[in-house]
Design a protein around this ligand. Structure first.
Ligand SMILES: Cc1cc2nc3c(=O)[nH]c(=O)nc-3n(C[C@H](O)[C@H](O)[C@H](O)COP(=O)(O)OP(=O)(O)OC[C@H]3O[C@@H](n4cnc5c(N)ncnc54)[C@H](O)[C@@H]3O)c2cc1C
Length: 416
């Protein structure tokens, strides 16, 4: 299919026909019997992988197999925070790789992913927080990534409505000016549209139910629409990665938890940046529609229930009201949950597996949206070359045997 380019002219032309003749963004093909690469999971990471396979590696005989609808997993459920200010060198490399791709993504995809570098503040509420942002800020700086320390007065100047003298007073903040948000659905749709235009088959409503493995080599997948052969298979199923690993005959060091978020009724512009606090534990930003998007920690128990629960309302709302008292009379509109795939060191797994030609990209937990372009990019190159991309190498599942963990959980205690 020849993809028509979006431009001011196409907008004008389509307005003449009451916007009824826009081209479909991607086809709905029947699965072929065989592909060079099968990607399981049509979230942002899977779709980005397919896009870079076609665009940069010249592999277009690719299927993305999604059990529901594309972007219906964590990609469409997250609070859209994008940043690259991680402590460890390995994390800095992959998240900054993603940040650089974000900075040109709308132009590259010819699709507005609404990437907004409105800045991101990590608040410090006690001496430990100050020491943590000091240590992390310096490490980030040495990795050539932007980071600045703000005094409480500078925080107030940037976010006038914040209550600095809350129960745990704000003592300072770490600012990444290049951090911010993007529109999550648009990221999935933009990658899908561009990948489809290069020949990638996006197959929705098709669940992978097993792997065909012969003599330790993957040969394809079993699905609810029959068997599909694949020379290589990349599994990018986030919270369900443990289930997929079990189908392939091995175990992953992953636990799956619900993570919940909420949005308020729309307001006039009032918070022009992203605020994160590990101590009172909340993160807040304002969407372009005006809603306050707010989230907190994951549920305390493992589960596959993708929905909100009553107890979490208090966990999310209390710290928000603490920091922004004006929100106490705000009406909340929606609450939901996604299933996040959490590793012990809070870093992802982008790796070969004990099964030859079967690769996994998972473990992004509560913070993988921000790495969607970077993860897809390095995973595509790894699948194409049969060797892990240098940026992906430290994220091998083997690190849980060798002990070479990348402990971002201990570093910042916040991974969103
Ligand atoms: C409430 C919440 C807030 C978050 N906030 C942030 C944030 O602010 N910033 C950030 O960076 N990250 C955040 N995250 C994490 C982020 O959303 C994820 O890490 C990221 O979106 C994972 O993308 P993905 O493409 O790997 O997974 P997903 O988008 O979940 O895609 C995986 C897909 O695999 C499909 N699938 C599963 N099993 C099968 C099967 N058997 N066959 C076929 N398909 C299958 C699923 O249907 C799903 O669509 C948040 C997550 C949640 C839930």
């Amino acid at each position: 299919m020849i993809m028509k380019k979006y431009s001011i002219f196409s907008l004008l032309r389509n307005s003449m026909s009451y916007h009824e003749n826009w081209q479909k963004n991607w086809r709905s093909p029947d699965p072929k019997s065989e592909y060079d690469v099968i990607i399981v999971g049509g979230g942002g990471h899977g779709l980005a992988t397919a896009y870079y396979l076609a665009k940069e590696c010249g592999i277009t005989n690719v299927a993305v197999i999604e059990k529901g609808w594309i972007g219906g997993g964590n990609t469409g459920r997250n609070t859209t925070i994008v940043r690259s200010n991680y402590l460890w060198d390995e994390s800095a490399a992959i998240y900054e790789h993603a940040m650089k791709l974000w900075e040109g993504l709308s132009q590259e995809l010819n699709y507005n992913v609404m990437f907004s570098q409105r800045g991101l503040l990590h608040l410090a509420h006690n001496v430990h927080d100050l020491q943590e942002i000091g240590r992390r800020g310096n490490a980030i700086h040495f990795n050539g990534i932007d980071s600045e320390f703000l005094t409480p007065a500078q925080v107030k100047e940037m976010v006038p409505l914040i209550n600095l003298n809350c129960r745990y007073p704000v003592l300072g903040a770490l600012l990444q000016r290049r951090g911010g948000n993007a529109r999550h659905d648009a990221v999935a749709w933009g990658y899908a549209r561009a990948a489809d235009a290069m020949g990638v088959d996006i197959i929705q409503n098709c669940e992978v139910t097993g792997f065909n493995i012969e003599n330790g080599v993957v040969k394809g997948v079993e699905t609810t629409r029959g068997s599909i052969k694949g020379k290589k298979v990349g599994v990018v199923t986030a919270g369900h990665s443990g289930v997929m690993a079990e189908m392939a005959g091995f175990r992953l060091p992953i636990e799956s938890f619900p993570l919940q978020a909420m949005v308020s009724e729309p307001l006039k512009p009032c918070i022009n940046t992203v605020i994160m606090s590990g101590a009172v534990h909340v993160y807040i930003s304002q969407s372009d529609k005006g809603e306050l998007v707010v989230g907190a920690g994951s549920d305390n128990f493992v589960s596959y229930s993708q929905r909100g629960s009553f107890d979490m309302i208090d966990h999310i709302i209390s710290p928000m009201v603490e920091l922004f008292p004006f929100t106490s009379r705000l009406r909340m509109m929606r609450q939901w949950g996604g299933i996040v795939d959490v590793t012990i060191d809070r870093s992802p797994i982008v790796s070969k597996t004990p099964v030859e030609n079967l690769y996994f990209n998972c473990g992004w937990g509560t913070g993988g949206f921000k790495c969607t372009p970077g993860s897809g990019h390095v995973f595509a190159h790894s699948l194409a070359n049969g060797e892990m991309h240098p940026i992906a190498q430290p994220f091998s599942m083997n690190r849980f045997n060798t002990g070479a963990l990348i402990d971002e959980g201990a570093a910042a205690a916040v991974a969103h």
